[in-house]
Design a protein around this ligand. Structure first.
Ligand code: PMV
Length: 333
């Protein structure tokens, strides 16, 4: 029996310029471009093994054996690898996050990036990072960016494609391009209320602001990209906060709400800290947590203030991080 197994570690990424919304039709293409920073200090570790004894795929996430829709989504990704490698063998996968899962902390980004990398490596496919990124994107668009370290961009998808056009993220700057810390303010330990894809579909169908968001997001991403390359931290921070607020306003306008009380308290605290002269900016994904961008020298002043906010359960201090890693596993002797 052949032993095809690999273990990958990938990090979540936080979109500074957010995507929200998909292109119509197949392929899971984002409707707008996005630009993210990959974070050290949080990780998903995934070990995958093709196992000829199995009659169906088996996924354990944390301590939970997955069934139903989550299992199908993971199996679909592995199906593409099986097709490319000419395999029919089922897989056994064990994956764990060292941070809360499915809560808006980008666990799907690191999770699908780690799964794509582990599956491609275990199947002995000599794929480029772009091919792995395209594979991860089809499962979760944000995961395309976690295949790269530092700052990564994912373009908007093609219009009217049948899903066959490749779309990968591209690295735009290394982790040291802009010195910053990202302080994650965890405001809730459970799962998020609306999965990001469901929230996007509802926004596309019924937000009165969706059309405006589509043009705004393009302008915001272009300006943020330029500010990043010119090293302007304040502008990057302002544009990142503006992107998150515009995204959430668009979703909120049709009843898709991710904020809780602590999210609003944290945003208020950031405004007060800015009034006091500190360069701190918040961003929020499809969950209630606030991720705070801060200059490294100001982080020790800012983090205790964030931890003191009513409703902030804990904080995780992260830095722009590296690319994922993967290792082909040898059969245990
Ligand atoms: O691609 P998904 O399903 O992980 O959705 C990502 C949505 C946001 O995190 C809010 C935005 C983004 O660009 O990552």
């Amino acid at each position: 029996m052949t032993f095809n197994a690999a273990s990958a570690v990938a990090h979540p990424n936080i979109a500074l310029a957010k995507y929200w919304g998909k292109r119509d039709g197949a392929g899971n293409y984002p409707a707008v471009p996005s630009l993210s920073v990959t974070l050290d200090g949080m990780a998903t570790r995934t070990t995958l093994r093709f196992d000829e004894r199995l009659s169906e795929d088996r996924f354990i996430l944390g301590n939970e054996l997955l069934i139903g829709r989550p299992l199908e989504r993971l199996s679909r990704l592995v199906d593409e690898v099986r097709l490319a490698a000419g395999l029919t063998t089922r897989v056994s996968v064990v994956s764990a996050n060292d941070f809360p899962t499915a809560s808006g902390l980008a666990s799907s980004a690191s999770g699908f990036a780690a799964l794509a990398l582990a599956a491609v490596t275990a199947a002995d496919l000599a794929w480029t990072p772009e091919q792995v990124s395209n594979l991860a994107r089809r499962a979760s668009a944000s995961a395309a960016r976690s295949v790269f370290g530092g700052f990564a961009r994912l373009a908007a998808g093609p219009i009217g494609s049948d899903g066959s056009v490749a779309l990968a993220a591209e690295p735009v700057a290394g982790p040291d391009a802009m010195p910053m810390k990202v302080v994650v303010c965890v405001t809730h330990e459970g799962s998020k209320s609306v999965a990001s894809t469901d929230g996007m579909l509802r926004t596309m169908a019924s937000s009165p602001y969706y059309e405006r968001w589509l043009s705004y997001a393009v302008e915001n991403e272009a300006a943020l990209h330029k500010a990043l390359l010119s090293g302007n931290f304040q502008e990057v921070g302002e544009l990142a906060e503006a992107s998150a607020l515009a995204m959430h306003a668009t979703a909120l306008a049709c009843g898709v709400s991710y904020f809780n009380g602590a999210t609003l308290e944290a945003l208020k605290q950031l405004r007060l800290l800015r009034d006091a002269g500190l360069a701190v900016y918040g961003t929020i994904d499809a969950g209630p947590h606030v991720k705070v961008l801060v200059r490294p020298d100001q982080e020790p002043i800012v983090t205790p203030k964030l931890r003191a906010i009513a409703g902030v359960v804990r904080t995780i201090v992260t830095t722009p991080g590296g690319a994922p890693s993967v290792e082909r596993l040898k059969k245990p002797s």
